[in-house]
Design a protein around this ligand. Structure first.
Ligand code: FAD
Length: 406
């Protein structure tokens, strides 16, 4: 029986687990390690931050979910991976041995890198931040709101787009959901009672998609009188201002920021990353230096942008790579990436974005419709009630077909 270990039970770790679990007891045993007791569904956090939705709907309990399905779950921080001896050192002092390893630990949001963030900054990127933001939003009486992403930096070992901001979708949700809440739910009616300014470190906002999404998002921003500032590198957040590297400042009473993405320290400690700590893999998601290590999702150097949808595509590839190695009849899917996300805009409003222009394709869809909202609702609920199990492939293909009709 081969020992398979999955480090990190987020989007990609859980997807890999569901893809390989049919071999438990036949060819493999599986151990999953995560520091959290519950996986966090981050795409649902904007609802926590701007609608006061309960956090419980964004959480999937891990121990029973995994152990009832035949795996061993260990709740612990991973401290080091000793790839030469196939050994993982955990924070509780114990260690785990593997024959095959999946590393799906995600990326770290580096709040500490932003001067003044601790005192004055807000974000939507994790459960604590989203709940803290809702407390602020609920009591917000008007003023200047500034939202945007800080710049992230990447290594050079693999060929991948180098995005300044690897996940700007949440910024779209922040600005539209906040505007919806303040204008409709909270009824801060007078338009100049609050002003939303949006910045991006890139030359263009949403640099990972093509013209159509830019057009649709741009029209909404104009209609809602939001200002957009390109090429802005965040320097500091102050009590009533936000400052940029080019010497400019904006008045700011509420700063909502996506911090820089960095690689987890454990990968740097274990010398398994590129010069920035993200894991270099080939397109079958196998580590470039270690044949028995696979990686998927935000932690990989190939995942650009850093999206749950890409974590799932890569998770399926990594799982198939192992299954094939274990003698199963399976084709390894191609590493065909695309940007696919549904931007919640508050109320019944949402825009579905489906674009592969970043990878040289010509699909570039932006579907603003209540159907998009319904699709998001259906997908989020499916994932929650099925404990992180993705909808079946036929349902995803049907979604794709439906999208392309628009
Ligand atoms: C607000 C927000 C909204 C988003 N909306 C969308 C969306 O609509 N669509 C979309 O496609 N993507 C969206 N994303 C991006 C998406 O959430 C991520 O790309 C996805 O979660 C990445 O999956 P992953 O499995 O790589 O990592 P994660 O889901 O981050 O999972 C990593 C796991 O590893 C664990 N871990 C990390 N380090 C350690 C350690 N040292 N020891 C033990 N355990 C550890 C963590 O606890 C976590 O459970 C959004 C992101 C945010 C922040």
């Amino acid at each position: 029986m081969k020992k398979v270990v999955i480090l990190g039970a987020g989007f990609s770790g859980l997807h890999i687990f569901y893809k390989i679990r049919h071999l438990i007891g036949k060819k493999i045993e599986i151990t999953v390690v995560d520091r959290r007791s519950h996986a966090l569904l981050k795409p649902e956090l904007p609802e926590v931050a701007f609608e006061g939705a309960p956090l419980s709907h964004s959480l999937i309990e891990l121990e029973h979910t995994l152990e009832n399905r035949g795996a061993t779950f260990i709740q612990s921080d991973v401290e080091r991976i000793e790839a030469k001896t196939n050994k993982i050192i955990l924070k509780n002092g114990k260690h785990v041995i593997y024959d095959y390893l999946f590393i799906t630990l995600g990326a770290v949001k580096d709040y500490d890198a932003i001067k003044g963030y601790k005192e004055y900054g807000y974000s939507v990127c994790d459960d604590l931040q989203a709940q803290k933001l809702w407390e602020k939003v609920k009591n917000f009486e008007g003023g200047h709101i500034v939202t945007g992403a800080a710049k992230s930096y990447w290594g050079t070992r693999v060929q991948a787009p180098k995005l300044s901001a690897p996940c700007e979708g949440p910024i779209g949700e922040v600005m539209f959901m906040l505007d919806y809440y303040l204008s409709k739910d909270k009824n801060l009616e007078v338009i100049n009672k609050y002003q939303i300014d949006v910045f991006t470190p890139a030359e263009i906002f949403f640099e990972d998609v093509g013209d159509k999404p830019h057009e649709v998002i741009g029209e909404f921003m104009t209609k809602k009188q939001m200002n957009l500032h390109n090429n802005k590198l965040l320097k500091e957040i102050g009590k009533d201002f936000i400052a940029f590297e080019d010497g400019t400042q904006m008045p700011c009473d509420l700063a909502i920021i996506i911090p820089p993405y960095i690689a987890p320290q454990v990968i740097k400690n274990s010398q398994l990353g590129d010069e920035k700590g993200f894991i270099p893999t080939d397109t079958t998601m196998r580590h470039l230096d270690f044949d028995n290590i696979f990686a998927a999702g935000d932690i990989t150097a190939l995942a650009q942008p850093k999206l749950g949808h890409i974590a799932i595509i890569q998770g399926a590839i990594a799982a198939a790579s192992l299954l094939k190695e274990l003698g199963e009849e399976i084709e390894i899917p191609p590493h065909d990436l695309e940007v696919f996300c549904i931007m919640n805009m508050g109320g019944h409003e949402a825009t579905l974005i489906d674009s592969n222009t970043l990878y040289g394709g010509n699909r570039d869809i932006a579907m603003y419709s209540p159907i998009s909202k319904l699709m998001k609702w259906g997908f989020d609920n499916y994932l929650y009630f099925n404990r992180g199990h993705m909808p079946p492939d036929w349902a995803l293909k049907m979604t794709d077909k439906l999208t392309q009709m628009f």
